[in-house]
Write a protein that binds this ligand. Structure first.
Ligand code: AVJ
Ligand code: FE
Length: 394
């Protein structure tokens, strides 16, 4: 990518981080809306700090004060302590804006000679890094909205019975129409990317797939309602052993971003609460819910390679509406080498993280609908903008 193009993109993402943070009430910059999510102010400052690390310290060999390391390197600062240690609003915003401008100025004179500057690599990496933090900030905002909008009918029918008459619906399952999906023939498919800034998408290679059918679109709210109305949250025996344990522990009765108001389901997003749209992709699922739903519907989750092959084959609709949980765990491709730092992927090849593909409607455009991009999270998370897609053996 041209250096100038990468710089324009970086400036856009910097501005978006600053705008999103500035738009929040004071107290919201410091609050942790979920134990696994950092305060909004921390995300902004972390992104600024990471820019300084790569541009000043690594590329230009400039001295960078080390006293911020303890707060803004994620592995050094426990999430619960981040809010209390952040500077006050005005200082935080002014510092961020000034640092961002300084970083742009340092890059403005053209490509630097450092190897990491080749093809604007580190600038592109920063853009993709910031884009992911922006989405996490939107997840935190959705949690804020969730807390602001409690269910308003506590003595209402239990959730499984709340929407329509239960008995008529309970035996219904989404019907898979043979031939309606994308047919992936047995054969070899290209996986990974040579252009991606991320180490975990490389090296690119061909893998052999057995062939499968994969739905053209993600599972919808309407289809997921059938799963709820069939009483699946009340039937632990239909879940896998770890799924059952999660179900008991979480007390879940519906997707993590659903609320019940006036006897009907609503969807929570970063901007507030909306009526649940039956045709829209279901959003806010844990991997356990996605996996159990797929089995109940007579199918399974796709392996991430099947997902990638199907996207490249064409015909997959609504990509970029929700992240889609895949069947498999996050793992290194054969010949994996970590860059630009070991912490981006390597710690998460721990057997606990599952892959998500696609991108959500709250993802920045540069992340959305990319064939090779691999997101990864632990399976109990349900504050993500996450859904799923059905696959079937051929
Ligand atoms: C790949 C989205 C799980 O946000 O924790 C951001 C990306 N890595 N800064 C995360 C990331 C370092 C990562 N996810
Ligand atoms: Fe980060």
């Amino acid at each position: 990518m041209r250096w100038e193009t990468a710089l324009i993109r970086l400036a856009e993402l910097q501005a978006r981080l600053l705008e999103l943070t500035s738009a929040q009430p004071d107290e919201w910059l410091y609050r942790q809306f979920h134990p696994d999510l950092s305060p909004l102010g921390w995300h902004l400052a972390h992104c600024v700090f990471i820019e300084a690390h790569w541009i000043k310290a690594c590329l230009l060999d400039l001295a960078v004060p080390t006293e911020l390391d303890e707060l803004y390197f994620p592995d050094r600062a426990p999430k619960a302590r981040r809010g209390a240690r952040l500077p006050l609003r005005d200082t935080l915003l002014a510092w961020s804006q000034a640092q961002q401008a300084e970083h742009r100025a340092l890059l403005a004179n053209g490509p630097l000679s450092h190897p990491l500057a080749q093809d604007a690599y580190i600038v592109r990496f920063l853009c993709e890094h910031h884009a992911q933090h922006l989405e996490t900030m939107r997840m935190a905002l959705a949690q804020a909205q969730y807390q602001k909008s409690p269910d308003n009918a506590p003595n209402d029918l239990p959730p499984a019975l709340a929407t329509v008459t239960h008995s008529a619906k309970s035996s219904q399952r989404p019907t898979w129409l043979p031939g309606s999906g994308i047919s992936l023939r047995q054969g070899h498919y290209r996986i990974g990317s040579t252009e991606s800034v991320f180490d975990n998408e490389q090296p690119q290679r061909d893998v052999r797939l057995n062939g499968c059918r994969i739905a053209r679109r993600p599972v919808t709210n309407g289809e997921y309602l059938m799963f709820i109305e069939a009483g699946m949250y009340q039937r632990p025996r239909e879940w896998s052993a770890p799924g059952r344990e999660w179900l008991a522990r979480s007390g879940a009765q519906a997707p993590g971003l659903w609320r019940r108001r006036d006897g009907a389901w609503r969807q929570i997003g970063p901007d507030g609460m909306q009526a649940l749209q039956p045709e829209a992709p279901v959003c806010g699922l844990s991997w356990f819910e996605a996996e159990t739903f797929a089995r109940w519907a007579g199918g399974r989750l796709p392996h991430e390679y099947e997902w990638e092959a199907a996207l490249r084959t064409g015909g997959m609709a609504s990509v970029g509406q929700v992240w889609e949980w895949c069947a498999n765990r996050f793992h290194p491709y054969p010949g994996f080498r970590s860059f630009p730092y070991a912490g981006y992927s390597t710690p998460w090849f721990d057997g606990r993280h599952y892959v998500l593909r696609g991108g959500s409607r709250y993802s920045e455009e540069i992340l959305r609908g990319c064939a090779s991009f691999r997101n990864f999270h632990t399976p109990e998370k349900r504050y993500l903008f996450s859904g799923c897609r059905l696959a079937y053996d051929a």
